[in-house]
Design a protein around this ligand. Structure first.
Ligand SMILES: Cc1ncc(COP(=O)(O)O)c(C=O)c1O
Length: 347
């Protein structure tokens, strides 16, 4: 295979060798299969085409400085998928099955795991969706669970820790107050696509969503959680309609380790002015510094009501957090929390 320059890649789909899938039919799971066929054959009345009984996950396999391959907290992804499936009232893989199939997928795509030096990683996308034919509004009885992989670079396609701009408005919501925002459902992303596209067309990389009831406090970005740093505090929203990010959960631990005070609480929009450092965080974005947030009454409007400006480079505390978390993921730092799971070379 020709040498791939992973450092030029962004967060995108790039072909790999194989996917892994299993089906749950009438409550019984089939044996997971590895296949080079990337096409699913589905009944046209499958629930996923109508009522979106569909959830997914995202995690990465990292090649460490020691050449070994690690998955970062796959048990957390398994638990979150189970919680999403429970919300949708449909079957979910056990934790063991989820992790085993992730490992099978990494091993089946071994030569697509980017080198340590490239800074890239093998992104795994586990998906779970309803496949039984149905017409009435019902949860899926039968499901397909599949794990796919893509060798990805940074979210922005540029260098790590490149700061990006964000916008917020009051005329698009990501999640209802008592809705599904705290679960990783495909439907939540469908809900945000139009607004996201508008933000991108206007040149913003990120879209910051506010709470849907009052539009007065920060929820999260379209692709990631929000955290701010000020006065030695790591501050992140506490809301049931925000996706419980595994990266954010891990960063809170690391922040405590560094002696920062960790606060999970309501962050009113006005508080944006007081942060020393503002970032988005997640598996795909890792930590991405936010250099500016423009506040607009409507996303379509040309008028910016208020601007919040931050550094064009990553803040020192956020950079320290980044180095520790990436250090653990890539074997540069001791994994004192036991977060990494090693995957063996299949050969
Ligand atoms: C909306 C949203 N919030 C937060 C996150 C971050 O979650 P995690 O750190 O588990 O990847 C993601 C991406 O995965 C996301 O899509």
């Amino acid at each position: 295979m020709a040498e791939i320059d992973y450092s030029k890649r962004s967060f995108n789909y790039y072909p790999t060798n194989a996917i892994v899938f299993a089906k749950c039919i009438d409550g019984r799971w089939t044996k997971p299969e590895v296949t080079p066929d990337f096409n699913f054959s589905l009944h046209c009345f499958a629930g996923v085409f109508h009522y979106a009984p569909s959830c997914f996950e995202g995690l990465k396999a990292y090649r460490g400085v020691d050449g070994r391959v690690r998955l970062f907290r796959p048990d957390e992804n398994a638990k979150r998928m189970q919680s999403s499936a429970t919300y949708l009232d449909m079957p979910a893989p056990t934790m063991e099955m989820f992790i085993d199939m992730c490992v099978m997928c990494v091993q089946a795509n071994w030569e697509h795991i980017p080198s340590y030096e490239s800074g890239a990683s093998l992104y795994l996308r586990p998906v779970l969706f309803g496949i039984n034919p149905q017409l009435g509004i019902k949860s899926a009885k039968d499901v397909m669970f599949a794990v796919m992989a893509s060798g990805v670079g940074t979210y922005s396609g540029g260098k790590s820790l490149t700061a990006v701009s964000a916008v917020m408005s009051r005329n698009y919501d990501r999640a209802a107050t008592y809705g599904s925002g705290g679960y990783k459902l495909g439907a939540n992303y469908a809900q945000s696509l139009h607004a996201y596209n508008l933000a991108h067309k206007m040149g913003y990389r990120e879209l910051l969503f506010l709470d849907s009831a009052t539009h007065s406090h920060i929820e999260e970005f379209g692709s990631s959680n929000f955290f701010g740093i000020k006065h030695g505090c790591y501050i992140t929203p506490n809301s049931p309609s925000v996706l419980p990010s595994i990266t954010n959960k891990s960063l809170r631990k690391v922040a405590e380790e560094f002696g920062l005070k960790v606060e999970r609480r309501t962050i009113f929009v006005d508080e944006l002015e007081t942060f020393e450092e503002v970032n988005s965080c997640g598996t795909a974005v890792v930590i991405t510094p936010i250099s500016r947030i423009d506040d607009k009454a409507t996303l379509e409007s040309g008028t910016i009501t208020r601007e919040y400006r931050y550094s064009e480079t990553c803040g020192p505390i956020s950079e320290k957090l980044y180095n520790r978390i990436v250090g653990i993921q890539k074997g540069l730092e001791e994994d004192t929390y036991g977060w990494c799971m090693f995957v063996n070379d299949p050969k």
